[in-house]
Every structure is written in structure tokens, then in C-alpha cells.
Design a protein around this ligand. Structure first.
Ligand code: 13P
Ligand code: SF4
Length: 317
């Protein structure tokens, strides 16, 4: 029996559901959809896990996505495929240093990106995702609040430009998006005047400045689905191409360059931590109940409040 069929059997037998991010391999994305799970951005992954009737949520993605699922569903078992699959934004924002940053700026509302540890979320007033950050900060700005933002400096700067809010930024970055190169992208754009340029806001300012569409993974997929251009140059993790081809099979999808002046790789547009997810590890984790996410209840309760605020806020929209 193929491994996919064995995993489907196990999912059913254990009342488990597979929740996958757009950046994991096409085979995992296909399996998630075929087995009644979901493939989505990090916000919808969180919402789906919370609303699911399954006893076990298996997260195909990175650690913070598993932790978010557990925080929102403490009564469910949450497994990740590889516990070492993390995120540079999460790694670059240790909870103790972040707490000090907050303590030094007590007058500011603390807004953190979902790509953080449970302990950092517990310290936040709000958790946001790339799909919701502008709207949340706009809301807080309209109430006269000043913001302390962490950890992604590029997303923070983008939100600041969009909202004109007073934001103090932690200096983290995504190792994947930071590699996109504006000069090489401008050259590629000139070669493809028929193309629309789609950019995730974790990318550097000069790359964002060349974009026709700036948005979360879901927003970029929607652009491929709905826009008239025949070609799309995409500055985000290339795992997303699977869904882009699915929603628009005739579109030509081109990876934005990561090899401009100063780059040290030909094509870095794929997250090494997302790549750690595969079918064999999924089978083993599910069969043996490996890689369970455990969150200290006190931290989980605090983090739950700041994530729930986001879910309620985006629900009203
Ligand atoms: P999304 O919230 O847009 O899915 O992004 C998550 C992520 O890790 C981007 O690198
Ligand atoms: Fe983190 Fe970047 Fe990987 Fe997303 S792509 S999980 S932000 S390192």
C-alpha cells in the first residue's frame, strides 16, 4: 500500500486531521486536501484547527504553527512532523530578550507576528499574521495607540508605511524572503512586461517597491486566480507554486531572483524548515504519537488571549 493510503487510514482511525501550510511539499498539500484537512496560510491553519472536531491535529509546517494550534485547542493532541522545523523569526526573538524590550517600552501596545514562540505570544497584547497585520495596526493606530512590533523588521516597516502608526521594530528577518534581490527582480520584470509581480511583505523594502501585489500567501494565490496577467513573478517560498498552478493552470509562474549582487545562492526561495516535513516522518509521527506539542498552561492561557483577539477581529471583517 502506498504511504499516502496508510496515512489516510491512520488519520481516520485516530480521528486526526492534517493541517498544512502552502510552503510544504505538493505531496503533503495533496494529502491534506484529500483527507479532509486543509492547506492554507497561518491564520486559517489556526482557525481550522480550532474549529475541527478531530482529536488529533497534525501540523505540516513549522513549530510556531503547531504551538498556535495547541494554544487554541489545549484539549486536543497536536503533533508536528519534525520538531526541529522552526523559523528564523521565532529563533531571532528569544522570550527573555523580548520581555526586556517590552519592559523598556511600557507605554506601547505589544503586537507580535504569529511567527514567534508561545512565550513571546504570551507577552503580547495582540498576535497578527501577514494577512491581518495592517488591519490590526490600523485599528490600534485609530485608537491613538503606539506600537511595539516584533519580530520581522520588513513586515513591520511595511505595516508602518501602510498605516502611519508609531511603531518600534524588533530587528528580525525571514531568511528566505530576505534573499530576494531588487536589482535582479527589476531586470526580470523588464524581460517580462506581461507579468505581474507578487511579493510577500517579509521581503526587503526595495523588493516590495517593485510589486504589483503585496500580501499574505493567501492574497498572492488569490492574485494568481483572479488577475488577468498570463505570467506572475513571485517573491515568496516556491512551495506556494503548487497551489498557484492548481488555481490557475495556464498561468506561467516564475520564481523571483535571489541571485542578484551580493547573493550567495542561485535560488534560495525555499524554507529549509518547511522542507523538513515529509510523508515518511508524518507516517511515523502519527503512528507513534511522536512530536507532541506541549505548552505550559500558564503561558498557553496568556497566549490564547492575544491570538483569540485576532481571530475575533478577523471574523468581524
Ligand atoms: P502566511 O501567514 O502569509 O502564510 O506566512 C507565513 C510564513 O511563514 C511566511 O513566511
Ligand atoms: Fe519562517 Fe521564513 Fe520559513 Fe516562513 S519562510 S517559516 S518566515 S523562515
Amino acid at each position: 500500500m502506498a504511504i499516502q493510503a496508510k496515512i489516510k487510514q491512520l488519520l481516520q482511525a485516530k480521528n486526526a486531521v492534517l493541517v498544512a501550510h502552502y510552503y510544504v511539499s505538493a505531496e503533503l498539500q495533496i494529502l491534506a486536501e484529500e483527507s479532509g484537512g486543509i492547506v492554507s496560510d497561518s491564520l486559517e491553519m489556526a482557525r481550522f484547527g480550532q474549529n475541527s472536531k478531530a482529536d488529533i491535529i497534525v501540523v505540516a509546517g513549522v513549530k510556531f504553527m503547531g504551538e498556535t494550534a495547541k494554544i487554541l485547542s489545549p484539549q486536543k493532541t497536536v503533533l508536528v512532523i519534525d520538531k526541529n522545523a522552526t523559523c528564523s523569526l521565532d529563533e531571532d526573538c528569544p522570550a527573555a530578550d523580548f520581555a526586556k524590550f517590552c519592559d523598556e517600552n511600557p507605554e506601547r501596545k505589544v503586537v507580535v507576528y504569529a511567527n514567534t514562540s508561545a512565550a513571546v505570544k504570551a507577552r503580547a497584547d495582540w498576535v497578527v499574521t501577514s494577512g491581518s497585520a495592517v488591519a490590526v495596526v490600523q485599528h490600534l493606530h485609530s485608537l491613538g495607540e503606539k506600537i511595539l512590533w516584533a519580530p520581522d523588521k520588513h513586515l513591520g516597516r511595511y505595516v508602518q508605511n501602510q498605516t502611519a502608526a508609531d511603531m518600534l521594530l524588533w530587528q528580525g528577518a525571514c531568511v528566505v524572503h530576505e534573499r530576494f534581490k531588487a536589482d535582479a527582480l527589476a531586470n526580470l520584470k523588464a524581460l517580462h512586461p506581461e507579468a505581474a509581480v507578487l511579493v510577500h511583505p517579509e521581503s526587503p523594502q526595495a523588493v516590495v517597491d517593485l510589486a504589483d501585489v503585496i500580501g499574505s500567501t493567501t492574497a498572492l494565490i488569490e492574485a494568481v486566480k483572479n488577475r488577468a496577467e498570463p505570467t506572475f513573478i513571485v517573491a515568496t517560498d516556491n512551495g506556494i507554486f503548487h497551489k498557484m498552478h492548481q488555481v490557475n493552470p495556464t498561468a506561467k509562474i516564475i520564481e523571483a531572483p535571489t541571485a542578484g549582487a551580493g547573493a550567495d545562492c542561485e535560488s534560495c526561495a525555499h524554507c529549509g524548515w518547511m522542507e523538513m516535513n515529509n510523508l515518511e516522518k508524518l507516517f511515523s509521527a502519527l503512528k507513534n504519537g511522536e512530536n507532541e506539542i506541549i505548552i505550559e498552561p500558564k503561558i498557553g492561557k496568556k497566549a490564547q488571549k492575544s491570538i483569540q483577539k485576532l481571530l475575533d477581529f478577523t471574523e468581524q471583517k
